[in-house]
Design a protein around this ligand. Sequence first.
Ligand code: GLN
Length: 405
Amino acid sequence: MHTPVPDHLLDVLDQCSLDDGEVAGYIPELARVDPAQLAVALCTLDGTVHSAGDAEARFTIQSISKPFVYALALAEHGTAAVLEHVGVEPSGNAFNEISLDPLGRPRNPMINIGAITTTSLASIDPDQRWQRIHSGLSAFAGRELEVDESVYRSELEISSRNMSLAYMVKAHDRLEGDPDRVVADYVRQCALVVDVRDLAVMAMTLANQGRNPITGEEVVPAAICRQVLSVMMTCGMYDAAGDWMSNVGFPAKSGVSGCIMGALPGQVGIGVFSPRLDRFGNSVRGVRVCERLSADMGLHLMQAPEAASHVLHSLGDTPETDKDGDGVRQMQLQGSLHFAASEAALRELARIPEDDTIIEIDLDRVTAINSVGKRMLREGVRRLRLDGHEVRVLDGQQHLGGQDQ
Ligand code: GLN
């Protein structure tokens, strides 16, 4: 059998081959690209990459570099220090607007003014900055990325707007180092060459708490990924971020070369490429492909997960009694124990009267438990014991870490 996933990706591409939109014309090199290209790739948690369409097509990463350089800046300086330089509020403005908050900070790191500021923070030592950006983004991709020198030079020649943004931030004392050099590094990071498979792997690394699913390297800590994904969710699609949230519903970032990267935490990384852009600077077909994937595969973050009420598999007294004649009440839990499921389980436990019954909690049908679920369940066990119950936890898969049996 062949897995149907790549066939499904092909179907999605077939249904999304619209012709509207324009390729980015303001960077001369980008205007020369073949507008008909269309590709998608999807990377799973175990590093499997499925792709369809022009998956071999290479393009410059452009603004999709921004979340990764933001991650590097956070790793270098810590969240609090980075927040002093650049905020996390959606701007509602176009990607190249002068968008400063009342404190004089760029509103977020996904628009150019904020991204240029973040580039200045990528390394404490300006001489190491490019090297760090290059090796950092390569680690996210799991291979050494190259710069398209002609796109780099082509954009540098027309970067007076980005220069003015950098000087504006410098005037507000939020940009580190020399604005000209920072913009050169920013334009260079935008000219790194990738394909949709790279984007899918880079996205999966963010969605996998910072660990590259192919190389196994921990590129940045999990807490940084949470911060980056949050900002992608609220600001990644520029002034179309609200539409994106309601129609697609996973954190994403777009670039003017026509690429979009999506990352659904714990599940999947997505890369899409098609050069024609809508008025927000997002790929027309790329947006459509993401809408389809989200709908077909249930990837919207706000789509309710399995109902927590199903946590209880069974509850009842067993025929067993101990030597004093005390009965055994058994509670079998199932599924995934996060906050809501554990809350429902604890409510069931709370109904047990303070008597001498032995309580057996069977976790063998539990498929996953997060740290909150663990804490809550341990606390429930502790309280039952305080009430005088003997509590047995059947935990063959060591969900609770073997401490409570
Ligand atoms: N290099 C581009 C610029 O600064 C990136 C913009 C984008 O991809 N939206 O204009």
